[in-house]
Ligand binder design. Sequence first.
Ligand code: P6P
Length: 340
Amino acid sequence: MKADVQKYVSSIGITLDRFISQRQSDFPYAKGELSQLLRDIGLAAKVVNKAIMNSGLIGIEGPAGYQNSSGEEQQKLDVVANVRFIRALTRGGEVCAVISEEEEEMIDTGNRHAKYVVAIDPLDGSSNIDVNMPLGTIFSIYRRKTPVGTPPTLEDVLQKGTEQVAAGYVIYGSSNMLVYTTGHGVNGFTYDFSIGEYILSHPNMQSKENGNIFSYNEGNLYDFPKGIQDFIEYCRRNKFSARYVGALVADFHRNLLKGGIFLYPPTKKAPQGKLRLMFECNALAFLIEQAGGVATDGKQRILEIQPTELHQRCPLIIGSKTMVEKVLQMLEAHQETVAL
Ligand code: P6P
């Protein structure tokens, strides 16, 4: 009987490295630099994953003793993840500059010949550190704007989300996954500890048109614009499931797989919203649009926002298309837009 060879040739099961190499043809002019850069990120993610899993054993739990540029208490693991990713990106040689949620200023890697810059949130979900809850890394890759061979400038890193050439996240959860896009769909890879490789497990990830999961911090409800409060009430009346993990990557990943919406509107404590445009919102907006979903600040596509500061924040409403459109309708009913 002729074996069903199809099940042996499915793309599921190939390594991240092989997948990147196979997809390099998506970039006829690329000479492999972007491929190598994605590999460098995959390597750093493996190292950070190990640090997270062993943090309770090697004394890297708890606060680092100082604040990051957003005035937030840095955790030791935040510092470890930041150092690991910046070191991997610098040594990999494909990046001329890095901006990090954990760094006040842009980092010039000294790789003057490099064509790319990276924006990164090395460890997203800091409130989940040390309590064995999911964490994540979020990254965006842009082409530099200034000539190769010259020192990088802010012009290279303050780019709209539409300029991203790649974006992705790592989720350090019940399993470790790396999910990324280069503008040709979204693919998810699960880390196989036994061989130390990311293996394709979720090819061509698609956002569900609609969903019944809504994610937001209940404690901020009465700060929200009326249109948002109406949407929350709409979800409750329809018996939707409220799910909020406290790590954007984890809520985003679940909603991408199951259908749902994540909202971080402006609050009294964070009048511009809490999440950072360059380090969190742009990457996830690129991914959700590639998967068929929507990401807005309540007024415009996240990807269309022109950044003016490295650490600027923006409101974020992201997920299944129908749910986000419902929020926009309810904001419009109050002639509100979430963005200030
Ligand atoms: P809150 C983590 O600090 C983070 O940046 C996101 O990962 C997460 O979704 C959000 O903040 C949680 O914020 O104010 O609800 O604790």
